[in-house]
Design a protein around this ligand. Structure first.
Ligand SMILES: [Zn+2]
Length: 492
């Protein structure tokens, strides 16, 4: 996600790319598949039939499987509400509004079972197996449910211009340390953590709506008042789409990727579109080729600056300054590598992808000096802004917690999360580049992508990719940053 701030240097192209074994076709052959049949209704509800073909590759027998239900955060009285108190008016311009999900039918291997729930707001759906599911065996889980979208400018909700349909379906929790992990909603950051999977999706919507979606539209047909889309997405971490009857669309094939820009209110749409194309091209050169066939940049009603989903990013129509708007496009595009390709637990390690995404944005400006961003100034201003924040915390609260290894619920305020994840996170990657040098830095990022594409990485995994390339011990540096031991001073 993009919350605040803009950011820095020169790219060096290396020759280490994604290996062939990491191709979408190879990866997708072994993944779980979600089949979604979605009817979008004009009253802002969705009727969904979902079938998941789940293969147990956990290495153990399973008594149940758990799905995360993010829409539960949007119901009235939710404990883990999606909007911070300071953003209520901006998120709900038409007054408070609620939504959610109602599971009406659940079948496992053709047999009806009763859904069970756990966690705050019942945000985890527990599907029990009749007989334990042995390792390497598969199960088919079918469900029917109704999703109600709230009137909110958020990842999930409808606004005056767009209908944002993300984090709307039950998604399998990440298998980790012998259990399914569902990260709870939290307004401080992006509370998502999921594995890559395949998606076959059918969407029926009123035909006046255009769609921007994860994956590729393989067919579309009009039938009376409806339009039917068949969509395919392979090896993606999530599935999201946006509907609008206001969209204008720019689209172009760039090195085999169909890049599109969906917008309704942009003073310079060509510049926005051009920025997206440049970002995909540059980051493909620097980090490893963007492996998917589509990438959609989508202007939306959204309370924050932007949000990343696989093959699709939201850019808020409330970002007034066009240079800031372009900055959000660059930031969200970089997330296609740092979140999309290389996954991470954004609930526990918000800084890991946000810091690198901010630093990638700076690298974009280093390459494209015509954007007029002086990246030395960017680092200087970022550093000084960080020092000011820490000083202020010490003055007001008596002490500043500058650790970064906190989960989203452990940050007292949204601004504390932003400073530790985006700003300090970016300064960490800047320091890392100063230490290893520009060439090794870029080579290490390529290695990181190669090592963890379609997988998930921890901070330790990230630093191991750097150590492998740089032949240096870097874990102490990492620890001193995340444990809050590094002293950051004003830059003149
Ligand atoms: Zn972000």
């Amino acid at each position: 996600m993009k919350k605040t701030l803009a950011i820095l240097f020169m790219c060096v192209l290396c020759l280490v790319g994604c290996g062939k074994s990491n191709s979408i076709e190879n990866v997708s052959a072994n993944l779980n598949t979600y089949t979604l049949e979605i009817d979008y209704n004009k009253d802002h509800t969705l009727n969904v039939k979902q079938t998941v073909n789940y293969k147990n590759t956990t290495g153990q027998s399973l008594e149940n499987i758990k799905f995360c239900l993010y829409p539960t955060a949007f119901k009235d009285g939710a404990k883990n509400a999606p909007v911070s108190p300071t953003n209520i008016n901006k998120a709900y311009p038409n007054g408070l509004s609620y939504g959610g999900i109602q599971i009406n039918k659940l079948n496992v291997a053709g047999k009806e079972v009763t859904p069970a729930y756990e966690g705050d707001d019942d945000y985890v759906l527990v599907v029990k197996f009749d007989e334990s599911l042995k390792n390497n065996n598969s199960a088919t889980i079918e469900m029917e449910y109704v999703v109600t979208l709230p009137n909110v400018n958020h990842r999930f909700g409808y606004g005056n211009n767009t209908i944002n349909i993300a984090n709307f379906y039950p998604i399998i929790g990440m298998w980790e340390n012998g259990e399914f992990v569902c990260t709870p909603y939290n307004y401080n950051g992006d509370p998502f953590y999921s594995d890559v999977a395949n998606y076959n999706v059918t969407i029926n919507a009123p035909k006046e709506y255009k769609i921007a979606t994860t994956g590729k539209i393989v067919s579309q047909n009009e039938n009376n008042d409806l339009i039917n889309y068949q969509i395919n997405a392979k090896a993606v971490r999530d599935f999201a789409f946006v509907l609008s009857d206001k969209f204008e669309v720019l689209t172009e094939d760039v090195n085999g990727v169909q890049i599109s820009y969906f917008y309704y209110d942009d003073e310079d749409p060509n510049k926005s579109f051009d920025t997206a194309k440049k970002a995909v091209t540059l980051f493909s050169d620097m980090f490893g080729k963007y492996p998917y066939e589509t990438f959609n940049v989508v202007q939306t009603n959204f309370v924050h600056g932007g949000m990343e989903f696989p093959n699709l990013v939201y850019i808020s129509d409330e970002v007034d300054n066009h240079n800031d708007y372009l900055n959000v496009i660059i930031h969200e595009t970089a997330h296609q590598w740092w979140y999309g390709l290389v996954g991470s637990n954004a609930y526990n390690y918000g800084w890991l992808d946000e810091g690198l995404t901010e630093f990638s944005t700076l690298m974009f400006y280093e390459e494209y000096s015509d954007y007029g961003i002086n990246t030395d100034d960017m680092i200087k201003n970022t550093t000084n802004s960080y020092v000011t924040f820490v000083d202020l915390m010490e003055d007001v609260v008596g002490k500043a917690d500058t650790t970064m290894n906190r989960n989203l619920s452990e940050y007292d305020t949204e601004s504390e999360y932003v400073y530790m994840s985006y700003i300090k996170g970016m300064l960490f990657y800047n320091n890392l580049r100063e230490i290893v040098g520009e060439d090794k830095f870029v080579e290490s990022l390529k290695q990181y992508v190669k090592d963890y594409s379609f997988k998930v990485a921890t901070p330790e995994d990230m630093i191991k990719s750097f150590e492998k390339v740089c032949k240096m011990e870097l874990e102490n540096l990492l620890n001193s940053w995340i444990n809050g031991n590094v002293v950051i001073k004003n830059v003149a």
